[in-house]
Ligand binder design. Structure first.
Ligand SMILES: Nc1ncnc2c1ncn2[C@@H]1O[C@H](COP(=O)(O)OP(=O)(O)O)[C@@H](O)[C@H]1O
Ligand SMILES: [Mg+2]
Length: 371
């Protein structure tokens, strides 16, 4: 029997909803062996959100959370292994994205840096598995945005010689990977994914997200608000570009709402936020090429039926499907990507794409914490 190459990918994105863990066999084309999701406790979510914007006593709060998240990432990995009945010594390495608490891409007035926490020393120590972490900062050191990093994985797995494809990841933020049948892969962040919708539905319905976009479907888009939101400079920036909660957050929304002469109903704001996500994504995709494209959606937004409908309506020239049409469940793609990126690092191969992040060279990403 040939030897499996088992890697674990750990992902907790800007939504800060859960730690997604994927056990992947990377011997040939990446194959998902087992998966697990550990919801983040409410208190931890609040601490993450609080640290995403400048405030008091950040070092103590950040370092305490770094430790707690490191323990949770280790726990999530161990839970997965026991579920899959796999021993830790059968896993080559863990790739841990970490939790982003601040992302300041080149050009930010506050400086150029990106910070993902969840101590990899603890992950390696508690799991007994070599852990690769801190993927983004090396790309930034090479002049890149540090994001998005999933396109190299999308290219390795989803590139077709026949069809022009887009892989659209709708997490807290949204990013696209452009895989033309002939030509170079590119990709960038398009703006907010679920983050503004999640926050609004939490305030008004006390739910963590608007399941299927059901609430948004009962509202009407407010065109004045939509146009105001779309006038944000990020949407017209050329690629490479990346963004986060530093840009698109509740204060950003409130500042725009205050400009309006009268306040729309809460449900209409929700409908408008969904339309903002759909329109900003569709505009970015339509600019890639006029030809018919296959669009495959992953991330939690793929489960938002209303959002998927709106995307299909705005992208009439293309087909919009979930990545399950390609045999990969949309929830696990990002975690699988970090398993793959860990293998790249362990094999001393680069993980960033210059055409995506804008880095001046392709580099081996991450730091390695040996078991
Ligand atoms: N059934 C659903 N209906 C609508 N939205 C959903 C559904 N399931 C997940 N989501 C959205 O997906 C988000 C999580 O997506 P995820 O890909 O994990 O993002 P991140 O990478 O930022 O953590 C949730 O916060 C929610 O907004
Ligand atoms: Mg998530």
């Amino acid at each position: 029997m040939t030897q499996r190459q088992l890697y674990i990918g750990l992902m907790s994105g800007t939504s800060a909803d859960a730690i997604d863990v994927a056990l992947v066999d990377l011997q040939f084309s990446p194959k998902l062996i087992a998966q697990h999701s550990l919801p983040l406790p409410y208190k931890i979510q609040q601490q993450i959100h609080a640290l995403s914007l400048p405030d008091e006593n950040e070092i103590d709060r950040m370092c305490a959370l770094d430790t707690e998240l490191g323990q949770l990432f280790a726990q999530a990995s161990l839970d997965l292994l026991s579920k899959a009945k796999i021993a830790n010594h059968d896993v080559v390495a863990i790739g841990s994205h970490g939790q982003t608490i601040r992302h300041r891409p080149p050009g930010s007035i506050q400086g150029t840096f990106t910070l993902q926490i969840g101590d990899p020393n603890l992950i390696a120590e508690l799991t007994g598995i070599t852990t690769v972490a801190d993927f983004r900062r090396r790309d930034m050191a090479a002049g890149g945005q540090g994001a998005p990093l999933v396109p190299a994985f999308h290219q390795a797995v989803f590139k077709s010689q026949k069809h022009d494809r887009v892989i659209l990841n709708i997490g807290g933020m949204a990013n696209i990977t452009w895989l033309p049948a002939e030509g170079k892969t590119s990709g960038f962040d398009t703006g907010p994914g679920n983050v503004l919708m999640d926050n609004w539905v939490q305030t008004h319905l006390n739910k963590s997200y608007d399941a299927n976009g059901d609430w948004a479907s009962t509202g009407s888009v407010n065109p004045e608000l939509l146009n105001l939101l779309l006038s944000d400079a990020f949407f017209s920036l050329p690629a490479p570009k990346s963004t986060g909660r530093e840009n698109f957050n509740r204060t950003w929304l409130d500042n725009h709402l205050h400009i309006l002469p009268s306040q729309p109903a809460a449900v209409d704001v929700q409908a408008t936020l969904l339309e903002l996500t759909a329109t900003s994504i569709a505009t970015s995709i339509n600019q890639l090429s006029p030809a018919k494209k296959e669009i495959f959606v992953c991330g939690g937004g793929a489960y938002n039926t209303r959002l998927m409908q709106r995307l299909a309506n705005l992208l009439t020239n293309s087909t919009v499907m979930s990545t399950s049409a390609l045999g990969v469940d949309p929830q696990w793609i990002e975690a699988m990507a970090f398993a793959w990126l860990a293998q790249q690092t362990m094999h001393r191969k680069s993980g960033n794409l210059r055409a995506v992040t804008g880095a001046n060279r392709e580099v081996i990403l991450g730091g390695v914490y040996y078991a």
